[in-house]
Design a protein around this ligand. Structure first.
Ligand SMILES: [Fe+2]
Length: 305
């Protein structure tokens, strides 16, 4: 979340690689069009237990590897620790879309005292100093996060080039977009966009991408990789990407990392009385004919095999 259209991140909250060359795998075909196959992984959308905007996804591959995307707010550390403990207390890869604390906060807390959780690798797309300082109230937390990464013992990859695909036991994860360098709506517009898929399903994660980040994605050579089955709605489903962006590719279901007050734009005075734009996004999805929605706090833990 960040300042956009006169609404600050704080206001919103208060209302409630350098890479080695990898195998390039064509991913532009919808998974459901490639035929059903054996599931390569299970994904869980983790709901915030505080009815807030934490963005948290956990994956387990058929071989037992665990991958985390973001992880939610600092206050969600213990929920996440418990979930990961039940999966074996070992994370093979942890991807952070961007360093807002509803995405990297829980990981920060864990890195301060990792205890018996084993994290093998962390991936992110580091912001430039200019972008970091574009949101002065976020810069201190972001630098604290980078200090934890720089001074820790866990290997970290700073991904600055899109296109690489990681293979986790048949679960493919492709980086579609890295930090853009944009300084308007800065942190959100520097979200990594990622695609995760196997033979049964494809999921695209937009992080908190804003309009400009979405526009850049549409001009990227990986644009066709946006076609998917499940789409994580940008910026918790409101004031993220444009309607034109969502109309530019195919998907059939929405993942909403979204609390109820955001889902209903209700900060205390009733349905759609707040300053958020969620109802508008919901209308866009209605126009696209999309009927399958998984809203994290409304629906609870969502499991996808
Ligand atoms: Fe966010």
């Amino acid at each position: 979340m960040s300042k956009e259209k006169g609404i600050s991140r704080r206001h919103f909250l208060q209302s409630s690689a350098l890479l080695t060359a990898g195998t390039m795998i064509p991913t532009h075909t919808l998974a459901r069009e490639t035929g059903k196959g054996k599931s390569g992984f299970t994904m869980w959308q983790i709901p915030s237990h505080r009815n807030t905007i934490g963005n948290s996804y956990v994956f387990r591959t058929r071989g037992g590897k665990v991958v985390v995307m973001d992880g939610g707010f600092p206050e969600e550390e213990f929920t996440l620790r418990g979930f990961l403990g039940a999966l074996g207390n070992e994370v093979d890869a942890w991807f952070i879309s961007h360093p807002h604390d509803d995405h990297m906060g829980a990981l920060c807390q864990i890195l301060k005292d990792v205890q018996d959780l084993r994290i093998r690798h962390i991936y992110h797309s580091r912001l430039t100093d200019e972008v970091t300082d574009a949101e002065p109230h976020e810069a201190k937390k972001t630098r604290a996060f980078y200090k934890l990464l720089d001074e820790g013992t866990i290997p970290v990859t700073d991904i600055q080039q899109a296109g690489h695909t990681y293979d986790f036991d048949g679960m493919q994860l492709k980086i579609l977009s890295t930090a853009t360098g944009l300084t308007n709506n800065a942190y959100n517009n520097n979200s990594m966009i990622m695609r995760v898929w196997d033979r049964r399903k494809a999921i695209v994660f937009l992080g908190d991408a804003g309009v400009e980040c979405g526009d850049l994605m549409l001009r990227s050579p990986y644009r066709d990789d946006l076609n998917c089955d499940y789409l994580q709605m940008a910026h918790h489903g409101q004031q993220g990407c444009s309607e034109a962006f969502y109309r530019s590719f195919r998907f059939r279901a929405c993942l909403w990392p979204t609390p109820m007050w955001v889902w209903n734009n209700d900060t205390g005075n009733g349905y759609n009385t707040g300053h958020l734009k969620t109802i508008e996004t919901r209308l866009w999805m209605d126009r696209l004919g999309i009927k399958e929605h998984h809203v994290s706090v409304r629906d609870g833990l969502f499991r996808l095999d």
